[in-house]
Ligand binder design. Structure first.
Ligand SMILES: [Mg+2]
Length: 402
């Protein structure tokens, strides 16, 4: 149970000014140093801070104001494909605000926690993981920066074994630019001594759906993740899930549930969620699927999933503790304002998130992105014309006078 704070309804707590001397790199450096906010912000990026890579009016000023006032915020996006340091460098330049890699949560950021895992046996640091999606092997390099030591891409497997998906031969020149030798060969004579994959991550939207779907299906049906094997348990009605995914196959992770995304083309384009639906369709056709009570076991993160909001909140709390280092009795974080343009991800995610830390998330829907106006699919706490208006509303709601 969190301690009750007498002044919580004011949305801020009075602090002696002297405490501000010790509160770290991103400390409050202005007259507001006597105040510790009990709230924070989470901002979606596309359609909120940037549109077609250009700053949305008021976005830069809003972030600058929060920085100046010492109000914590995090950027929370379903985008990805680059490391957080690279992504924040671009955004910092566009919005003229200094940002740290810990200030952003991308769709695949939570995968970094699986490097060490909850315990040593489940740590994936030294296991062999398959990373699919993204341009070239950018996502492999992101995974390596997270700390995964042994990362294979579908392109590596294809270049070493072109017969695994012959239709990708037309893309050989592309795969040649980044493919690496496999850590172990795919050995058809004794596959159990060959390449073994321990986890499958769809890090970003697949570029070669056919190859990626084939390699992932092979692994889901394999014996223990050994490439080139087929589990004898598949289809056994005496086993749970009819024997499917009951033979130590690698777990499957998706980073982004979005079925469609807004691109330059006038109509929305299929996103990673589209690939997942396609794979689910192939899975159902192969195994019998839901009509036979067979599911595809997988983990999906990204907005609006609970896991992504949990990760974002942990990150916010870590950043907040760092910002206010030296404050011995830091008040709890009570409110987080999620500012987004997409009712299906930003708003639904914030509305349905249940915090284990006692914070309450409120949603602010802005009109500068995909939301076309009218009755949104998921009702936000409020609707604002743009991010600046949304921030103003939240500051007023939290009775914070800037
Ligand atoms: Mg957006």
């Amino acid at each position: 149970m969190r301690p009750q704070i007498a002044s919580r309804s004011l949305g801020l707590l009075q602090r002696p000014t002297k405490l501000s001397w010790n509160i770290g790199r991103r400390a409050i450096q202005t007259a507001s140093s006597s105040r510790i906010p009990n709230f924070a912000f989470a901002f979606d990026i596309d359609g909120v801070l940037l549109r077609a890579s250009k700053p949305i009016p008021g976005a830069a000023d809003s972030l600058a104001l929060l920085k100046k006032q010492g109000i914590p915020f995090i950027l929370l996006t379903n985008g990805g494909g680059k490391h957080e340091t690279e992504r924040v460098a671009e955004i910092s330049e566009k919005l003229n605000v200094s940002l740290d890699a810990s200030d952003i949560v991308q769709s695949h950021s939570p995968f970094a926690e699986l490097v060490k895992g909850p315990d040593e046996t489940s740590a994936l640091e030294h296991k062999c993981v398959l990373v699919a999606g993204g341009d070239g092997d950018n996502c492999r390099r992101v995974a390596e920066q997270y700390g995964f030591k042994n990362v294979v891409t579908p392109g590596d497997i294809f270049m070493a074994n072109p017969s695994i998906w012959p239709f990708s031969k037309n893309f050989s020149e592309y795969y040649k630019t980044f493919a690496r030798p496999l850590p172990k060969p795919v050995d058809p004579t004794d596959p159990t001594k060959g390449l073994k994959i321990d986890a499958v991550f769809v890090f970003n939207d697949p570029r070669d759906w056919g190859l990626d779907a084939q390699v992932i299906m092979d692994l889901l049906l394999s014996r223990g993740g050994h490439v080139g094997t087929l589990s004898e348990k598949n289809g056994r009605s005496d086993l749970p899930n009819h024997g499917y995914q009951q033979d130590s196959q690698p777990h499957l992770y998706f980073s982004n549930p979005d079925l469609y995304w807004a691109a330059a083309y006038p109509l929305p384009r299929l996103g990673q969620g589209g690939f997942r639906e396609a794979l689910e369709g192939v899975w159902a056709a192969t195994t019998g699927g839901p009509s036979k009570g067979i599911e595809l076991k997988k983990t999906v993160i990204g907005k609006p999933c609970q896991g992504t909001y949990e990760f974002a909140e942990r990150q916010l709390l870590r950043n907040r503790a760092k910002n206010f280092k030296g404050v011995s009795d830091l008040p709890p974080l009570e409110h987080v304002y999620m500012v987004g343009d997409n009712p299906e991800s930003d708003i639904l995610g914030a509305n349905s998130y249940r915090s284990g830390n006692g914070s309450k998330w409120q949603s602010i829907l802005v009109r500068t992105g995909v939301y076309p106006g009218g009755e949104p699919a998921w009702t936000p706490t409020t609707i604002a014309d743009d991010v600046q208006k949304g921030v103003q509303w939240a500051l007023q709601t939290s009775k914070w006078s800037s």
